[in-house]
Design a protein around this ligand. Structure first.
Ligand SMILES: Cc1ncc(COP(=O)(O)O)c(C=O)c1O
Length: 294
């Protein structure tokens, strides 16, 4: 696989890609992104990712975004040019180019970048043994500050700080609460718990990104006949869960076996978690937009 970049419609190898220093996302975090995975030459849930991206553009009032089908075509072309079978696809959109906060004073032509690369969020052995997580002190941003429902670039400053705090405290991941103290999400993943045979996950109004992997897990659970509740959860619920796992495009699905030095369930990946992971891997290889081999 060759790491390829598509910058505003022009294809180039990653080593040749450059961004303007006054790009508004580079200067102020004023943009949005999507992380998408390619499995077996199929782009998993591409439309779901693109819908979330375009909804975010509308929310942030990003003007002059390229048409949906044009972006979709560029993504497929860039994947094909890379020759990848499995990859991580990063799509990044910034408001435009120019210095100063006021968008009226900049060139409001969005810069649209697509990169084909690899990304492993956690070491492979953690997928077997399960993840050790701590609750971090930093809260998710309140919806009346920067709405966590949109995958805005700037919001990740907080998530990076949270991740660093978790790592400093010897954990692989950090769990973030919202301002009211309810459980929201991990730094780049959504949370599920298993309690008495049902799945529970924080409600979108708790300050989470409505994850596409999260939605896939909800679909799998419903197909298995397992009830799923979107709820307001506290740490008490997570400490007393039978099983827990995290979901995200980069993370995929990873069992979570410890939180704040307490074992979750039996302290090892649970049976239902493992069953859902197996089904997830099956679906990722079978569905999605097929790209041509080079
Ligand atoms: C903060 C946050 N929550 C949840 C997720 C999971 O979302 P998805 O499954 O769409 O990748 C991500 C990853 O994109 C994220 O950054």
């Amino acid at each position: 696989m060759q790491m390829m970049v598509n910058w505003n419609g022009t294809l180039m190898p990653l080593s040749e890609a450059r961004i303007p220093v006054f790009d508004h996302a580079y200067l102020y975090g004023d943009g949005l992104f999507e992380g998408i995975r390619l499995y077996n030459r199929r782009i998993f849930k591409l439309d779901e990712h693109l819908k979330r991206l375009y909804n975010g553009c509308r929310h942030l009032d990003i003007q002059g975004m390229i048409p949906y089908d044009e972006l979709k075509m560029r993504i497929v072309d860039t994947v094909e040019a890379s020759g990848a079978e499995d990859a991580y696809i990063r799509v990044s959109v910034s408001r435009g180019t120019g210095i100063g906060l006021n968008p009226q004073n900049i060139d409001q032509t969005p810069n649209v970048m697509i990169a084909i690369t690899r990304l492993a969020l956690y070491p492979p052995e953690w997928y077997e043994s399960g993840l050790n997580v701590v609750t971090v002190s930093l809260r998710v941003t309140a919806p009346d500050a920067l709405n966590p429902r949109i995958k805005s670039i700037g919001r990740y400053v907080a998530n990076i700080q949270a991740k660093m705090e978790a790592n400093r405290r010897g954990a692989g991941e950090g769990l973030m609460l919202n301002a009211q103290g309810y459980v929201a999400e991990a730094t780049g993943d959504n949370l599920f718990i298993v309690q008495d045979g049902v799945l529970r996950t924080p409600h979108p109004s708790c300050g989470i990104l409505r994850g596409i992997t999260r939605q896939t897990v909800i679909e799998i659970a419903r197909d298995f006949g397992i009830p799923v509740y979107e709820d307001w959860l506290t740490l008490h619920d997570v400490y007393n869960a039978d099983e827990a796992f995290l979901t995200g495009t980069a993370a995929e699905i990873i069992p979570m076996v410890r939180l704040d030095e307490r074992e979750i369930g039996e302290g090892r990946p649970g049976d239902l978690t493992l069953r859902i992971i197996r089904e997830f891997h099956k679906r990722t290889r079978e569905i999605g937009v097929l790209v041509a081999a080079r």
